[in-house]
Design a protein around this ligand. Structure first.
Ligand SMILES: Cc1cc2nc3c(=O)[nH]c(=O)nc-3n(C[C@H](O)[C@H](O)[C@H](O)COP(=O)(O)OP(=O)(O)OC[C@H]3O[C@@H](n4cnc5c(N)ncnc54)[C@H](O)[C@@H]3O)c2cc1C
Length: 478
């Protein structure tokens, strides 16, 4: 019976895995995961993503046993070499993988596929990371969509293929080549900063299935009402599982469609899932999404050189604006941040501080467990005003108003900025406006126990808008 190598990347699941199912159906299968961070240059995964990856791979290793598929770990400078070595050692006549869209790996995959085919190896790439291939969804003039609403209208009516069950290989491979111990890759931190990660996440495929089931059963019904509430459990928190491929969007789509809920309730959630799809469509047209503004005129925008200390205060949640500090600390502590909070902190960096969106994208890339090559630069460009269907530059999120509206009882701020917890809700969102007696009672000394705002939200908004106007007046055709 023939042997197939299945090369895993961001499809770390056994259910609804097209490459794995196809390989299992034809004979013996050897799974392979190659860790080649150097090859990815400055887009190699950040520390939070690596933490998740370690556990996802450990989970995949044991889940694959049920499929009769051994998983080999290989560290390499170049993935190509490792794949070729494992193909030779197993005597495999085929290599299957699920298609990846990250530009950092796409070119590599294309070259490797060419080299393997030249040697008579059957190479097949399968869909599954997205609901539909970007090339199948274009505007009437054959271009990728740049505006979300028509994309959503077109997309929402097309039913993706049903998810596949977990497969079992026809037979065991006759030879399994040696590999590395996962622990030897050092994906887990040496300094234990990750304790809150463990209490927040079960980073396995089982954890993904459980969370999806629980979300659809208990929280989908209230999603559209609760999704913007910062301190609650209103959203699914499925993003890291989707980023690492422990869940396929097809599984999510069908599970939601099967729920006993009104169509409008399901649509509200699926619409968000389609934003992910939209970001990938945009990435397929602009592979340098993390480097270049989609609106080219923004490449001459005079972003300010932020002093190291300014950037650091934003990164560490010491801006003096409670909702921003809560969000940045949530990110640091758990590797995840609520979507509305992502918009608020991105607006603060790119508008109130006039910092380049690429600085924020980079920080998120390093600290998010769901760091995603499409969603992350797409989200940053969207907030900064230079992206696809983006919020205009002059839309500046007023953080205090956002905090009052989306964290009215202050639960979010109290959780992540405990030094302000004793303040009454009235002043919690803007402690600098509180009378001294209120601050004293709450044990808050501004500038000592909690910082004063690094810049005034309204003044900095006005100066950002003024800078924008000056720049815009110099732009032809704006
Ligand atoms: C500045 C910024 C950076 C971002 N960086 C990332 C990132 O690196 N990785 C990432 O997965 N998402 C990113 N997002 C999008 C969004 O914030 C997260 O997907 C969402 O917060 C994840 O939480 P959830 O799974 O509970 O979302 P839910 O509300 O439950 O949504 C379900 C799924 O839909 C998708 N989704 C939801 N909102 C968006 C959106 N605005 N854009 C694209 N897809 C969306 C996600 O896959 C999400 O898991 C970013 C947004 C912004 C504004």
């Amino acid at each position: 019976m023939p042997t197939t190598v299945v090369w895993f990347h961001n499809d770390l699941r056994v259910h609804d895995n097209d490459a794995l199912s196809a390989a299992c159906a034809r004979g013996a299968v050897v799974g392979l995961y190659v860790w080649a961070p150097d090859e990815l240059g400055d887009r190699s995964p950040g520390a939070a993503y690596r933490w998740w990856l370690h556990h996802a791979l450990a989970g995949l290793h044991s889940a694959l046993r049920e499929c009769r598929v051994p998983l080999v770990f290989r560290r390499a400078e170049r993935a190509k070499l490792a794949v070729e070595q494992v193909v030779a050692a197993t005597g495999a006549d085929a290599v299957f993988w699920n298609k990846r869209y990250d530009p950092a790996v796409k070119r590599r995959d294309e070259q490797l596929a060419g080299a393997l085919r030249q040697r008579g190896i059957w190479v097949e790439e399968y869909p599954g990371f997205l609901l539909h291939e970007p090339s199948n969804f274009t505007t009437t003039d054959g271009r990728p969509y740049r505006v979300f609403t028509p994309f959503w209208r077109r997309f929402s009516g097309v039913v993706p293929p049903a998810p596949r069950p977990r497969p079992r290989a026809e037979t065991e491979p006759s030879h399994v080549p040696g590999g590395d111990e996962l622990a030897s890759w050092g994906l887990l931190p040496k300094i234990p900063w990750d304790s809150a990660f463990y209490s927040n996440w079960d980073p396995t495929e089982e954890g993904a299935a459980q969370l999806l089931g629980e979300f659809v059963r208990a929280r989908l019904g209230a999603y559209s009402k609760e999704r913007d509430v910062l301190g609650g459990e209103g959203t699914s928190r499925l993003s890291p599982y989707l980023a690492h491929g422990q869940l396929s969007p097809r599984q999510v789509w069908h599970r939601v469609q099967e729920a006993d809920q009104q169509p409008a309730v399901k649509q509200a959630f699926l619409r968000q899932l389609i934003w992910r799809e939209f970001a990938y469509h945009v990435l397929s047209e602009q592979p340098s999404l993390h480097e270049i503004s989609l609106r080219p005129e923004f490449e001459s925008f005079p972003w300010k050189e932020l002093p190291q200390d300014t950037l650091r205060r934003w990164q560490r949640g010491q801006t003096g604006i409670p909702v921003i500090d809560a969000a940045m600390r949530q990110l640091w502590s758990t590797g995840w941040m609520h979507n509305r909070a992502r918009m608020i902190v991105a607006s603060w960096l790119t508008k109130n501080l006039q910092g380049d969106w690429r600085l924020g994208e980079r920080w998120f890339w390093d600290t998010l467990v769901d760091a995603d090559p499409a969603n992350n630069p797409f989200g940053w460009q969207w907030v900064a005003g230079c992206g696809a269907d983006a919020a205009p530059y002059w839309r500046v999120f007023q953080p205090v108003r956002q905090s009052v509206k989306f964290d009215p009882d202050g639960r979010y701020v109290r959780q992540w900025v405990p030094e302000l917890a004793a303040l009454p809700a009235e002043y919690l969102h803007c402690p600098w406006t509180a009378p001294k007696s209120v601050l004293d009672r709450a044990g808050v000394v501004l500038g000592k126990t909690y910082p004063l705002p690094m810049v005034d939200p309204d003044e900095s908004r006005n100066s950002a808008l003024a800078a924008f106007q000056v720049w815009r007046s110099g732009q032809a055709g704006f």
